[in-house]
Design a protein around this ligand. Structure first.
Ligand SMILES: [Zn+2]
Length: 428
């Protein structure tokens, strides 16, 4: 290509409108990252006011960029509630005799439990040689009564501690009940009664859009803004800042919104989502997925932990579920000729495709993948109080966001459309 003389170059600059030259700005990326990971947000635990403060901050960012709230939503906060249900009073009769409350553990639906052998589930017996943990795991999500031989006292105590924390449900009536009783079988008759106490916790995703020419073809950029909050102190520090996990991805989503807004009206409609409660049940992405027809989502760029270079080296990022659609190959082709490379998740044994919000959308058929650079096998800061901005490589972060913007180009323009994921091939 011939060298352009400065005068001509200047003329070209003036001819091209400013909006045609979007830039990923490392300074604005780092500003958003630093606010999210600051001690004042106390680790952004979902179900805490700290996460809601983070949501308000992100909503202000979306407003400043000039995103629009998605259709049917007032403002950028996509509000919903999760109901925490704990058992209040528990009474169990077995074969006509009351069971010592210390030998009964329950988790209740919001309606509570009122079972007898006629109205309740058939009891599952776990004998001396059985496996209580397995029985409990396979009963999850269903109404179940498990009667376990006293030989399983140790497992029982562990489950009891877990159940005491209560259960969560997205509907005020929803959920199932489980009762576990430590007693020798067989069971000829029983009665289980428990009342439930329900507390409603408000949660919110933050969602904004840039409407494209094609309203029914959506490209989704997402990350989770929640983290693990306050944890066991290490040398006086008890705040899990979650700078890499996933303030880095959330800052990337904000920066990509700024970038694409500056690029003018896109062909496809762009949606930017910061999810809540990824770290505690995936409630945010699940609620999000129920607010629109997933068939309209052409691709989901879920960005998870891009603040540290991958073990494969700088200017590389990996994509989970590479073989499940041709999303990965499309991104790889879009950055060909640059120094950046996208490739398949190098940690298949860690099941990362299923360990973030993309899986919720993938199960609905969306080509939904997580993009990450985290050296998860050697990283000592993951889910530790030391996941702070100071441990990140900010040049790498900016380079990765630039690569994602470049990698998304053909999907945003409508030139490329990833194949759908086959939901029936996915683990539930
Ligand atoms: Zn994460």
């Amino acid at each position: 290509m011939p060298r352009i003389r400065p005068a001509v170059a200047l003329a070209v600059l003036f001819l091209v409108p400013a909006c045609a030259q979007p830039q990923v700005d490392q300074a604005s990326l780092v500003r958003v990252l630093s606010v999210l990971a600051d001690d004042s947000l106390r680790g952004r635990a979902a179900f805490s006011p700290d996460a809601m403060r983070a949501a308000d901050f992100l909503a202000d960012e979306f407003a400043a960029i000039g995103l629009e709230p998605p259709a049917g939503q007032e403002g950028y906060l996509q509000r919903f509630a999760v109901y925490s249900v704990t058992a209040d009073s528990v009474a169990v009769m077995l074969n006509g005799r009351p069971v010592d409350p210390a030998n009964a553990a329950v988790s209740v639906s919001a309606a509570g439990i009122d079972w007898t052998q006629e109205t309740g589930p058939a009891p599952t017996l776990v004998g001396r040689d059985g496996n209580l943990m397995d029985a409990w795991r396979s009963a999850r999500g269903t109404d179940a009564l498990i009667v376990a031989d006293p030989a399983h006292a140790e497992s029982f105590a562990r489950i009891r501690g877990f159940l005491a924390r209560g259960s969560r449900s997205t509907s005020p009536e929803g959920g199932s009940s489980t009762a576990i009783v430590l007693a020798a079988g067989p069971v000829t008759s029983y009665a289980v009664r428990a009342t439930a106490r329900t507390a409603e916790t408000p949660l919110a995703n933050v969602v904004g859009t840039i409407p494209g020419r094609r309203a029914d073809e959506i490209v989704l950029f997402s990350a989770h803004y929640d983290h693990i909050g306050i944890v066991r102190p290490v040398e006086g520090d008890s705040i899990g800042n979650g700078a890499n996990d996933d303030a880095s991805g959330t800052a990337a989503v904000v920066e990509l919104a700024r970038y694409f807004k500056a690029a003018g009206r896109p062909e496809r409609t762009l949606l930017f989502a910061a999810f809540t409660a990824e770290e505690s049940g995936g409630y945010g992405s699940r609620h999000f997925s129920e607010q629109l027809d997933p068939d309209r989502i052409v691709a989901m760029f879920n960005i998870e932990m891009i603040g540290k270079p991958a073990v494969e080296g700088p200017n590389t990022a990996w994509i989970t579920g590479w073989d499940r659609s041709d999303f990965g190959p499309i991104l790889a082709a879009a950055v060909e000729g640059t120094e950046f490379r996208f490739y398949a998740d190098p940690y298949p044994e860690q099941n990362l495709f299923y360990r973030s919000d993309n899986a919720t959308l993938a199960r609905l058929g969306v080509p939904a993948h997580s993009i990450s650079t985290t050296p998860i096998d050697v990283d000592t800061d993951y889910h530790q109080v030391s996941d702070e901005v100071g441990t990140l490589d900010l040049e790498h972060l900016a380079a990765t966001v630039r690569a994602i913007a470049a990698g998304a180009r053909t999907i945003v323009s409508g030139e490329a459309t990833p194949t759908r994921v086959a939901p029936e091939t996915l683990e539930r």
